[in-house]
Design a protein around this ligand. Structure first.
Ligand code: FES
Ligand code: FES
Length: 231
């Protein structure tokens, strides 16, 4: 697999950026990071085809099965909206949806999502106008922006599960998401703004309690479907 270094490492090695915080050893001879070498070339797992549906497109990822989903997204598919923060499932920057649930793609192997639907921030809305994205803009949430796509993906999943979340729901959903710029209060405000803008889905009828609809004497549509009925 052709390997490339991440933007942070690249900028750092060019003297145009801060020192990366990932803690991985960078080898200037091979132009690769320690973790990429381990994943790409020293994996004990054989290469295999992993068909994954990413943003409604089938992707055949011919990579070692234990390749993190984040590597596939950023390095192979150029979906760089999903960020690499800690690499160990602790910051939330890499959050994407798998079958609609938020997961941390840095600690999710491509084998574990084989045949499943993955949605990244790029797949949320083609034009960036999902109600949560619009609320983020309205409330001017991001500062540096690094954590924000992960925050948005988790917030979208939260609002799907709880269209009118409480403070406690928000705290629980975003636990473990870290924003180094401290935008937490604006994130909370934006979630409430999005919740107010999103239509609340009608509650599903309770199972076993639904009464049969009364028979109507006249067809609701105004068209009589009985044989021989007059127009
Ligand atoms: S980069 Fe995945 S949780 Fe931090
Ligand atoms: S906006 Fe900078 S880390 Fe969250």
């Amino acid at each position: 697999m052709a390997a490339s270094i991440c933007d942070t490492k690249r900028n750092y090695t060019r003297g145009a950026g801060p020192e990366p915080v990932c803690g991985l050893t960078f080898d200037p001879v091979t132009n690769q990071c320690e973790r990429r070498i381990i994943r790409a070339f020293a994996s004990p797992v054989l290469l295999m085809a992993n068909i994954i549906i990413i943003n409604n497109e089938a992707v055949n990822a011919e990579l070692p099965s234990d390749t993190p989903l984040l590597w596939l997204l950023r390095d192979h598919l150029d979906l760089t909206g999903t960020k690499f923060g800690c690499g160990t499932g602790l910051c939330g920057a890499c959050t994407v949806h798998v079958e609609g649930q938020p997961v941390r793609s840095c600690v999710t192997t491509i084998a574990s999502v084989q045949g499943k639907e993955v949605t990244t921030i790029e797949g949320l809305s083609k034009t960036g106008d999902h109600p949560v994205q619009k609320a983020w803009i309205e409330e001017d949430v991001p500062q540096c922006g690094y954590c924000q796509s992960g925050m948005i993906m988790t917030s979208v999943a939260l609002l799907k599960a709880k269209p009118k979340p409480t403070d406690a729901d928000i705290d629980s959903a975003l636990a473990g998401h870290i924003c180094r710029c401290g935008t937490y209060s604006r994130i909370r405000k934006a979630i409430y703004t999005a919740a107010a803008a999103m239509p609340v889905p009608a509650p599903a009828p309770a199972k076993g309690k639904a009464k049969p609809a009364p028979k109507s004497k006249t067809p609701a549509s105004g068209r009589d479907t009985k044989k021989g009925a007059k127009a």
